[in-house]
Write a protein that binds this ligand. Structure first.
Ligand code: THU
Length: 132
């Protein structure tokens, strides 16, 4: 999929907006995510922390679960953004969850608040990931 520079920045902006809702009283590290599904529908997510720590849900998983709850079958594009020096690097658990709904054409855009970004394929993000 060919995405113009303007389109990429627009998608990053949406993820930055979603990040504003992050609930992070413990880490203060906010993550926002946008998923565009196979029908072109947009689903947003942010990280939601919990006092038990372990029950925290990452921003990208929230966006994916939001999408699946609304009928999403496949991820066409996922954008993940955080306030990091370079484009954010998603955790291993989230890489596996993205894989569950991705295909060879899925575009993964990792970004930061300055809108520096890196585009990766699923195979680049999680080589030799688990598959049933
Ligand atoms: N976090 C995400 O939302 N996504 C990731 O890929 C890594 C970590 C969140 C979890 C927690 O709320 C905070 O960032 C610090 O770990």
């Amino acid at each position: 999929m060919r995405l113009s520079e303007d389109k990429i920045k627009e998608l990053i902006d949406e993820a930055i907006k979603a990040r504003e809702n992050a609930y992070t009283p413990y880490s203060h590290f906010k993550v926002g995510a946008l998923v565009v599904d196979e029908k072109g529908h947009h689903h947003l997510g942010c990280n939601v922390e919990n006092g038990s720590y372990g029950l925290t849900n990452c921003g990208e998983r929230t966006a994916i679960f939001n999408g699946v709850s609304n009928g999403m079958k496949n991820i066409d594009i996922i954008v993940i953004v955080a306030d990091t020096t370079g484009p954010v690097s998603p955790c291993g658990a989230c890489r596996q969850v993205i894989k569950e709904f991705s295909n060879d054409n899925t575009v993964i855009i990792l970004a930061n608040l300055k809108k520096d970004y890196k585009i990766m394929s699923m195979e680049e993000l999680l080589p030799y990931g688990f598959q049933l």
